[in-house]
Design a protein. Sequence first.
Length: 649
Amino acid sequence: MFKINIDIETYSEASLMDCGVYRYAEDESFEILLFGYSIDGGPKKLVDLAQGEEIPPEIEAAIHDPTVVKSAFNANFERVCISEHLRDSPRTGYLSPIAWHCSAVHSRYIGLPGSLAGVAKALKLDEQKGKEGKALIRYFCMPCKPTKANGGRTRNLPEHDPEKWEHFKGYCLQDVAVEQAIDEKLEAFPIPESERRLYVLDQQINDRGVRAHLGMARNAIQIDDVFRARLFAEAKALTGLDNPNSPAQIKHWIGEISGIEVSSLAKDSLDPLKERLDNLDATRMIEIRQLTSRSSTKKYQAIMHGAQEDDRIRGLFQYYGASRTGRWSGRRVQLQNLPQNHIDNLDLARDLLIEGDLETMGIFYDDIPTILSQLIRTALIPEEGTKFIVSDFSAIEARVIAWLADEKWRIDVFKTHGKIYEASASAMFNVPLDAVTKRLRAKGKVAELACGFGGSVGAIKAMDKGGDLTDDEAKRIVQEWRAANPGIVRFWKTVSQAAMAAVETRQSYELPHGLRFLYARGILFIELPSGRRLAYPRAKVEPDPKYGSAGISYYTEANGQWIQERTYGGKLVENIVQATARDCLAEAMLRLEDYGAKIVAHVHDEVILEAPKDWTVEQINEIMGETIPWGEGLPLAAAGFEKEYYMKD
């Protein structure tokens, strides 16, 4: 036996959407209903576990055999669920991911959709996912509402509708067939061994999880409920309205007492509205609405839903979640978009939350929802006897683009003082580095954030948080930044030309630092310095109706649809730079694991380790900043800190 394709159908009273697969499968109500499989592309077979059948001993042995490949679409689900099904002792971990192949990851690797049905359609397979699946899953895989008609039961079993059950079995087998067909199609585009190793590490990190302070999360939810109830009562007393949450009622009330017609109560319209009001009651009502509109506890609720018996949250990362660059995306708690910490005394605020002391919090802080939001990171804590070490690449994207574009003065900056905002302002405005004022540094920062991937006036103004730049000033900043960075400007054009030439001529085009552009089987590939490839399916060169010049279009998934999208030199450079930065993080993570580090999370360009007390930040920063074999000349550096909880330094 070389390979086994697997698809399962399961039941649990826990919500998979809310809890994630680890908590879902840990629930005492969990069971595997159907186990569909095929050995080495042979006949599809089904084990009806719900009706007493058992997984054959040879299949169970294959699941444990590291030489037999287990393939599934979103294989993490199958691996975790089967781990729980086969578990006959207290928790000892999950099945090793080493011999598991995820066809969903493989699909995203070549730019295809993230769903089984989406991939089957995009590849125009003869085998397509059954359309009746959602209804059957709702019927058999989730608790049902007790009614008089169903005898008050809370679950549908096979005997409650034998015909539907037979359809469900056929649906499971059809998924096996679709997965087999996808695997066969994707064999022409093998995943590099380096990515296979990284996938295994990703699964190990997801299996490991990160510990959460559940008392903090619970208190945050309770405090938010009390605070909102008080604000609701205040709003009701202030306005006399039956429902002071109703936008229509609030608009009418403000109009009556202030004479000002309110057209919108959207978040971005509230501050301008307050400036127009000269009525204290109306102003306070808008302040109450601002306070209650802030979402401060959804992340805490996600922590509570996902935490398992050992207080750890698992499955927080989706490997290859961003198919365009290969970056990870977040799941449930979404560590990638947590609010930053801007509280002066973070320890005090956190201690008050741990104590559940709303009254004292109210003395120190007016805006309780914002305080709760900023404390979310700090609810993640290391295991007893360890500490968090957090290490973050410094200005990684700016370093990568300087290296790829051979912008020598920028590389020199990163090899010395590293102050890229000041250095950029110095180059743009032709002043000595030590003469760069705060105002010039701010312009340099805006330019760095906005211009690296071809951004112009619109990007400058979007990055200008003060909002005081005119169009003419923004235009001058763009011109000055581009004049100071001719290598990067050339790089946009060079990348665009190489990509279009590869599509049109079907030949390979190489650029410095190992970048290569090639076209195969309808896909434009950009080979990165690491050897990993970015994929643009059904790529072709055609005129851009907006700009008139030729450009590349390709197919991608957006909002669940397989659509055509256009790209250009600056955007391709952005993909290349972000993907290369991701590969730098991947190299560092693999090195850290080889060193014996225990990575529990990673966010953008940052790793979070659960480390022994005697480890130092300097040790980890040094490993992060080591030269990468394929990145000779790329000046990497990392900075970090250690803490008894997670935070944004």
